[in-house]
Structure formats: C-alpha cells, structure tokens
Design a protein around this ligand. Structure first.
Ligand code: BG6
Length: 369
C-alpha cells in the first residue's frame, strides 16, 4: 500500500529517517552499542584479521561506505567485493576472515553463492539483511538485521541507509571488542549516529522542492556525472547507479581525485556534474581539493550542482546550485549526502514520465546467477 504517496519510491525515500532510527533502536545501551544478535559471538571477531564485504548493486556501495568506518574504528583491513566476482578468482580466505554479506532481500543468488563459498573455505560469515528469515541470513554464522521495513520499489533507497547504519553499528561493536575504540569515542559516534534521522528529515523537508525543480529543468539531460572523495566516492557511484536505474540516463560516479587522470576529458559545456563536497570544518584539506576540482570542471563549462554542508560559503562562488546538508562528522556525511541524490533520481524519472517503482529490465531480487 502506497499510503497516499505517488509511488512506493516516494514513500520509501520519505521513510529513510525511520530506516536509520529503527536499525539503531534496541541496539544502544547507555551510549554503547549492544547488538543482541551478536551476544556470545565475540570469538567471531577476536580471531579474525580481515573482513571482506560481499554484495551487489546498491548494497555493494553501502559496503564501500562501511569499509571506511570499520577500518577506522576497528583497525582491521576491509575489502569490498562484488559477490559475483568474489568466488571466481580463488580468493585468499580462511578462518581468519570474516565475510560480511549485505543484501536487502537476502535472496540475491550471486551474494548467496559467495557466502556459501566463503563458508566452504572456512571463513566466518555475517549477514546484514533486511528480510527476516531469508536464505542468506540462514546460511550465515551471524546476522545483523536492518530494520528499514519492506522495500517494494525495485531500486533500493531506505535499505541503503539502513545498511550503512548496520555496518556502523558493527564497526563500533568490533572496535570495542578488539579494544581499538575507547568507550568515550564509541559513545560520541553513537550520539552522532542517533542524530542522523532528524538531519535526513530536514534535508527532505528543506530541499525536496528545489531538487524536484532541478530535475524538471534537466528532463532532457543525456548524461550526468557524480564526483566524490573519501566516503563521498561510493555515494557518487550510488547517485549514478540510481540515475541509470530510474531515469535511464548515462551516469558515472568518479573519485574526485581521479578527475585529472581521465574523466575530465568528458567535461564539455553544459555537462551536469554533482559534486559531494566534504565538510570544511571536519576535513579542511579534502574540502580545498574538491573545491579546486569544481573550479577545474567549471572552467571547462560544467554545470556544477554541489552537495555541501550548511554554512560552507566557499563553494558558493563556484557552483551553479548548492544543495545543503546539515553538519555531521566526516564518516556520517554519506547518510546525508545520499538523500538529495535519491530524491533527484526519482524526480528525474518522474519528470521523464517513467515508472519509478518498476524500471525496465530490472527485478527487485535477482535469484539467478
Ligand atoms: C538488484 C536490485 O538487482 O539487486 C538493486 O535491482 C539491488 O536495487 C541489488 O541493490 C542487490 O539486491 P539485494 O536484495 O541483494 O540487496
């Protein structure tokens, strides 16, 4: 039931704040992460020296965001692999490896086969899944459910922010178990995570109208580029994926630092480029670099739509449009920066008169390899 919304996707984007809040709920006790499902499983994390995240599509981008946080908090190397690539290259894994799978449906065959393969090779497996009792969690040693609620639109939105939230909870938990994160630090991150739902709500309330207007003007656009750096890089790729899926527009996400090594050749007059700008307070150096990337593409005629923190005045002279997100610590920005991109892809699809919930050629859950 769309509950009065024009599409399931519109409903599900509006539920992104709750997807984060419900995934956190019941897993914080006195400022510390306590995941009941992981009770008694400390040995699962104690004996490992690497993590491999396997997933497909949007879930793989959530994994890439999670990598930054888990490495930083738990000081353990994390690789992210597309599930269908993983088992065909004879990966180096064993009982020192934790394979974390991410799947909204829990039924994606590529991801399931990667988990089974990891299990056969003696690795430990943990499933991050949005569907209770699905096949992938049943095949795994441990489960952390996301509580985004049922997701009906084929392209994933609220499950994506819930997946990042679950990965962050996991990163904080493993950091505490391994002793790489103090209780005080963990509590700061917990508080920050708890502040995210209200911030997402603010973006929806304050920017949705402008983004829809922007999409309306851009209905004839044939190509859109997305640039991001650090945790903004997987968000750039997620923005591009959504646009391909929903609006059938050629879109690519790039690491901003890679621009000069190739993608800048694509820039010509009028090329729309979304740029996710790191916080000038939290990451002054990266902020400066990304602003100079904006200048470079602007000088070549790009039309720049910046996603920048409230109060970041330095981007104003360089961008054609600035979409604002509330202040957040650097690792938490992705949960905010992705919201305008989800709204934009949906709005552009609608401006083109397409079916946002059922894009052509796609299925919600792909149960063949
Ligand atoms: C694709 C869906 O087929 O599968 C994507 O169209 C999704 O939206 C991907 O991200 C992975 O699905 P799941 O259920 O494993 O998260």
């Amino acid at each position: 039931d769309k509950g009065g919304w024009s599409s399931f996707m519109a409903k599900e984007i509006s539920e992104e704040p709750e997807a984060v809040a419900n995934t956190i709920r019941g897993r914080i006790h006195e400022g510390q992460v306590e995941i009941p499902e992981l009770d008694g499983l400390d040995e699962l994390f104690a004996g490992i020296n690497r993590v491999i995240i396997v997933a497909c599509g949007t879930a793989a981008y959530a994994g890439q965001v999670g990598k930054y946080a888990i490495e930083q908090w738990a000081r353990i190397p994390v690789d992210v692999e597309l599930a269908h690539e993983f088992r065909y290259r004879d990966p180096v894994i064993g009982d020192d490896t934790l394979v974390v799978s991410i799947s909204q449906s829990g039924e994606t065959m590529d991801t399931l086969m990667a988990v089974k393969y990891a299990h056969e090779r003696g690795a430990k497996t943990l499933s991050i899944c949005n569907t209770q009792g699905a096949t992938i969690p049943r095949e795994s040693d441990a489960i952390v459910y996301t509580h985004a609620g049922p997701e009906v639109a084929v392209a994933s939105t609220k499950a994506f922010v819930a997946q990042i939230t679950a990965l962050y909870l996991l990163g904080l938990h493993v950091g505490r178990v391994r002793g790489t994160l103090s209780a005080v630090e963990a509590e700061q991150h917990v508080r920050e995570l708890e502040s995210i739902p209200a911030k997402i709500r603010r973006i929806i309330d304050e920017e949705q109208g402008r983004i829809e207007q922007l999409a309306h003007w851009m209905a004839d656009t044939r190509s859109v580029l997305f640039l991001g750096r650090h945790v903004g890089f997987p968000i750039a790729m997620e923005g591009a994926l959504k646009l391909k899926e929903l609006a059938y527009i050629h879109a690519e996400g790039f690491a901003a630092g890679e621009l000069k090594h190739g993608p800048i050749a694509l820039i010509e007059a009028g090329q729309p480029v979304f740029v996710i700008v790191p916080s000038p307070r939290e990451s002054a150096e990266l902020h400066k670099k990304v602003v100079s990337n904006i200048e470079e593409i602007r000088a070549r005629g790009a039309r720049v739509i910046a996603i920048a923190e409230e109060g970041d005045a330095a981007v104003l002279p360089h961008a054609d449009e600035v979409l604002r997100i509330p202040l957040a610590g650097p690792l938490f920005e992705p949960l905010l920066a992705v919201i305008p991109l989800h709204i934009y892809a949906m709005a552009l699809s609608m401006a083109k008169g397409l079916d946002v919930d059922q894009p052509r050629n796609l299925a919600k859950s792909v149960t063949v390899e």
